[in-house]
Every structure is written in structure tokens, then in C-alpha cells.
Design a binder for this molecule. Sequence first.
Ligand SMILES: [Zn+2]
Ligand SMILES: [Zn+2]
Length: 267
Amino acid sequence: MKIDHDFHIHTALSICANGHDTALEGYFERAKATGITKLGFANHFWDSNIPCTVCPEFYLPQNFEHLSKLLCELDGVDGFEFYFGCEGEYDPVRRDVGISEEIAEKFDYIIVPNSHTHMTLDGAYYDDLSRQKEILLQAFGDIVNSKVSKYIKAIAHPFEVVGYSVEKHRELYDTITDDEFCRVFDMAAERGIAYEINFDMMMWKTRDEVAALPTVRLYRLAKECGCKFIFGSDAHGYEGYRDYAPACEFMADLLGLKEDDISALAK
Ligand SMILES: [Zn+2]
Ligand SMILES: [Zn+2]
């Protein structure tokens, strides 16, 4: 299946993109060359209206005013459909998302990960798979049941722990049963919150390695549960971006995805 969208692009407005090649023209050129016509920008975000409980030094500068600078940067550029989004954050203290309704409605779409546990979980528990499992399942459930859930269009890199290797992910997933995954995937399907297939896991890998990724089990379960899918590069720069569309198309075909399996946002 042809993939013509990317709803998870970071620009220089994301602090962690510092040091990467983030010129928008670099993205545009590569997107054009591979048939990506819908570009969704999802820079990291925490809403200043909500007390910041997760890495304030990282999130406080990345407020709405800061992210809005993108709109000026995109002004006058044509040839693409642009979407002004954000990658919000899970707030483990309020057990909700760090975005108020007042601000949520200003975005074209919002994605939220359950798996930024390098920030939401005490570092002492980072290698503790039972603690990871507990917070990942809890966060997923809390995000789909958030007060702003109607604005959330996808769970970003579900259960993909920042900094975990492929093998560490496999170990983690071995501790979670199909039923435990399906309990939260069913809720996402019911709320119309898509499952993001994130290119970061596939980047710099051969097709055989991609087909053997432990996340493939999760994609298949999400599909069985009736979740819709959306693709996102999670690019923090355009290095490696040329393989984004081909890799996503490979995965879509491996999973047997059809147009109907794709989130309405990407149509
Ligand atoms: Zn993320
Ligand atoms: Zn991201």
C-alpha cells in the first residue's frame, strides 16, 4: 500500500532535535521524492496551563507560543498538506495528558506516547520490566480516557521505550499477554485513537530485520482489535528520511493493511 503521509515530524522547535539537520527544505525535498504529500508536525509540547510534572527544564520552553512559530515558517509553502500538531506528554501525577482543552482545540491533531518512561518513570526503575509494564499499560489507558481524548488522534510509538534495544523490547513484550495488550487496544479502537507505526524502530534496518521486530506482534494485535493506524517518522532531522515511505509501505504490506485500516486524519 502506498503511504503518502507522515504525522510525526519534529523540527528545530523540538529542543532534542538540536544538532540534527532540520531545515524544512530538507524534509520537503525528501518527502517530494518519495511521494509523501501530507506532513504533520508534532513537536514536543506541554501546556503552560497545566502544572508541569515531567522534566520542566525540557518542557517549559516548549509551550504553545513556541510551537506556533512553525505556522510562520510554513506560510507561503505549497505542494503539501500541512497539519499543525504536537506530541503531548503523559502526566503520571494527574494521570491525564499535559494539555488543557482550551489549548488542545488549537491544534489540528495531537499525538501522545505512553512510552516516554525515560521521563515519566523514576530512573531507578528504567530496567525493571514489571514497573515498565505497569506504567506503560496505565499510561495507555489514561491517555485514551483523557479529558482531551477527542483531540488525541494517535498513541505515539506505543510501548516503544525510548532507549530500549530491540532485544530489550522483546523481553518486555514477553511479560505482557495478548489479553493485556488487547484490553488497552480495544479502548483505543473504541475511541477512534489510532495506533502509530513509528519509523524510528525501522530506521537503518534491513527488511528482514524489520519483519522480525517484536513490535510486529503488537501491530497485528492492534489490527485484530480494530485499531486504525497512522504512520509517523519521528524524524528529529532528515537524515535517513529517504527510507521512511519505502519502509512504511513494506510494513503496511506485511500487515496486510488496506485503506480502511488507516486513520481518518491521514485521508
Ligand atoms: Zn516520542
Ligand atoms: Zn517524537
